[in-house]
Design a protein around this ligand. Structure first.
Ligand SMILES: *Cc1c(COP(=O)(O)O)cnc(C)c1O
Length: 439
C-alpha cells in the first residue's frame, strides 16, 4: 500500500474526500447518523468520516485513495496489524468447512484452553460475540452467585452498552442511578452505583460486584493509582463482593496474563474481547470455576448465543494468540514508550499543554497541564477542544488517531520504528499548526 500523504503540511483542515462524502450521505439515508457505532460518525470532530476501502498492517486506505498510519486498529482488535496473512489464512481455511453450526467445535475448546492457560485464576471461560455481552454476563453471574443486586462501576469506565452498565457517571445524576441514556428506565439502573475512578469506594453487603477497567482506556488512558486495585480487592473481600476486571481492551494487550500479572491483583471474574477475536466478533467472560459453573446448563444463571464460539472468529482468535509470545509485548511496550515520549516532546515543543500517559502497550494524548487521574480530569482536558484540532491536523498529514478525545491509541505489531518516527515528525508539524491557529 502507498506511503501516507506527506505534501499536506499546511493543510489546516482535513476534509473527507468526495467518495467518502458520497457514501456518508447515502449511509445517512438508511443508517441512523450514517454509522453503526456512534464515535465513527466523527461528530465530536465536526466533520464526517473517511470510509475505509482496505487496510494492511499499520496502514488504512480510504475510498478516496488516501492512506493513513492507523492508530485505531479497530479499537485495538487488530494487535498484529490489519489483514495479517496468518489470520486471513486461518479464517479462509475455517470458512471452507462451514461458517456456523449451532453445535460445538474443536476450535472453541482450543481457544478456551489458551485463555485459561494464559490467565492465572481464570479456570473457565464462556465465549460470546461482543464485549457488551461479556460484561452483561459477568454481572449476571455475580448477581446470581451472590444473591445481591448492586453493582459498582467507575465514572469514565466503559463496559459496553447494556442498560445496567451504561450509567457513565461523572455527574451526580449517574451517581444517583439515573439513566445514562434515553430508553434506559430508572429501574434498570437502580442497582448501579457510579464511583470516581482511582478512589476505593466504601462497599456494603448489598454489593454483588465491583466492575472496573484495571487501566481505564475509554476516557483516554488513566492508569490505576498505586493502591487502587489492591484497595478494591480488599474492599470486595471485606464486603463479600466479587471483583470483575473488564479486560476487553487490556486483556492480551498489556500482557498475555492480563492486568492481574501487570498490577499484581487478581479478580474473581474477567471479561475479554477485542484482541482475542483477531478482528472478528468474539469476546469471553471467565473466572473462578465455582462462579462460572453457575452458568446454564450447569447452574441457574442463563446465557446463550446463536453465533457464540463462531468458527471463523475462533480461528482468527487462535491465529492471533499463537503469535503473542512474551517478547511481542516487550517489543510493543518499547515502541509505545518511544512513540509516547516522542509525541509528548513534539507537542510540548509547540507550546501546547500535553500529557501522554502510557501503560505498557497503551497510550493516549491529553491536552492538559497535569496528569489525568479520573473522568473529571479527562473531561476538563477535553473541554479546550485542542484534541479535535490536533486530530484533524494529523489526519491531513496521513495519521489516523481515534476520532475522540476519550479514546486511547493502539499500536500494532505491524507498526515499524519508521512508522512511529514518521508519526512523531508529523505530530510536530501538526502541533505547530494548532498552536499557530490559537494565536
Ligand atoms: C469495547 C469495550 C467493551 C464493549 O465491547 P463491544 O465488543 O464493543 O461490545 C466493553 N468494555 C471495554 C473495556 C471496552 O473497551
Amino acid at each position: 500500500m502507498a506511503e501516507p500523504a506527506t505534501a499536506v503540511e499546511h493543510e489546516s483542515r482535513w476534509e473527507p474526500g468526495e467518495a467518502s462524502r458520497r457514501l456518508f450521505s447515502r449511509a445517512c439515508e438508511v443508517i441512523p447518523g450514517g454509522v453503526n457505532s456512534p464515535v465513527r460518525a466523527f461528530g465530536s470532530i465536526g466533520t464526517s468520516p473517511y470510509f475505509v476501502h482496505r487496510a494492511k498492517g499499520a496502514r488504512v486506505e480510504d475510498v478516496d485513495g488516501n492512506t493513513y498510519i492507523d492508530y485505531v486498529q479497530s479499537w485495538g482488535a487488530s494487535i498484529l496489524g490489519h489483514a495479517h496473512r496468518d489470520v486471513l489464512r486461518a479464517v479462509a481455511r475455517a470458512a471452507e468447512s462451514g461458517t456456523t453450526f449451532g453445535a460445538p467445535t474443536e476450535a472453541e475448546v482450543r481457544l478456551a484452553e489458551v485463555l485459561c492457560a494464559s490467565v492465572e485464576g481464570c479456570e473457565r471461560v464462556r465465549l460470546v460475540s461482543s464485549g457488551t455481552e461479556a460484561t452483561m454476563t459477568a454481572v449476571r453471574i455475580a448477581r446470581g452467585a451472590s444473591g445481591r443486586a448492586k453493582v459498582v462501576k467507575f465514572a469514565g469506565c466503559y463496559h459496553g452498552h447494556s442498560d445496567a452498565l451504561l450509567a457513565e457517571g461523572g455527574s451526580g445524576v449517574a451517581t444517583l442511578g439515573l439513566p445514562g441514556s434515553a430508553g434506559v428506565p430508572e429501574s434498570a439502573v437502580a442497582d448501579t452505583v457510579v464511583a470516581p475512578f482511582n478512589v476505593v469506594p466504601a462497599l456494603d453487603r448489598s454489593v454483588a460486584a465491583v466492575i472496573v477497567e484495571p487501566a481505564a482506556a475509554n476516557m483516554g488512558l488513566v492508569p490505576p493509582a498505586p493502591g487502587f486495585l489492591e484497595g478494591l480487592r480488599a474492599a470486595c473481600d471485606d464486603a463479600g463482593a466479587l471483583l470483575v476486571f473488564d479486560e476487553v481492551i487490556t486483556g492480551f494487550r498489556l500482557d498475555r496474563a492480563g492486568a492481574a500479572r501487570v498490577f499484581g491483583v487478581r479478580p474473581d471474574l474477567w471479561t475479554f474481547g477485542k484482541v482475542i477475536g483477531g478482528g472478528l466478533p468474539l469476546a469471553a467472560v471467565g473466572g473462578r470455576r465455582d462462579l462460572m459453573e453457575s452458568l446454564a446448563p450447569l447452574g441457574p444463571v442463563y446465557q446463550a448465543g446463536t453465533l457464540s464460539g463462531n468458527p471463523l472468529a475462533t480461528a482468527a482468535g487462535l491465529a492471533v494468540l499463537e503469535r503473542l509470545e512474551p517478547q511481542a509485548y516487550e517489543q510493543l511496550a518499547g515502541r509505545v514508550g518511544r512513540l509516547a515520549s516522542g509525541l509528548a516532546e513534539a507537542i510540548a515543543a509547540a507550546g501546547l499543554p500535553v500529557q501522554v500517559p502510557v501503560c505498557r502497550t497503551l497510550f493516549s494524548v491529553y491536552f492538559a497541564e497535569s496528569p489525568v487521574r479520573d473522568y473529571e480530569g479527562a473531561r476538563r482536558a477535553a473541554r479546550n477542544g485542542l484534541y479535535r484540532h490536533f486530530f484533524l491536523a494529523m489526519l491531513a498529514r496521513g495519521v489516523a488517531l481515534a476520532p475522540s478525545a476519550y479514546e486511547v491509541g493502539f499500536v500494532s505489531l505491524a507498526h515499524e520504528e519508521a512508522d512511529l518516527e514518521r508519526t512523531v515528525e508529523l505530530a510536530a508539524g501538526a502541533a505547530r499548526e494548532v498552536a499557530e491557529a490559537l494565536q
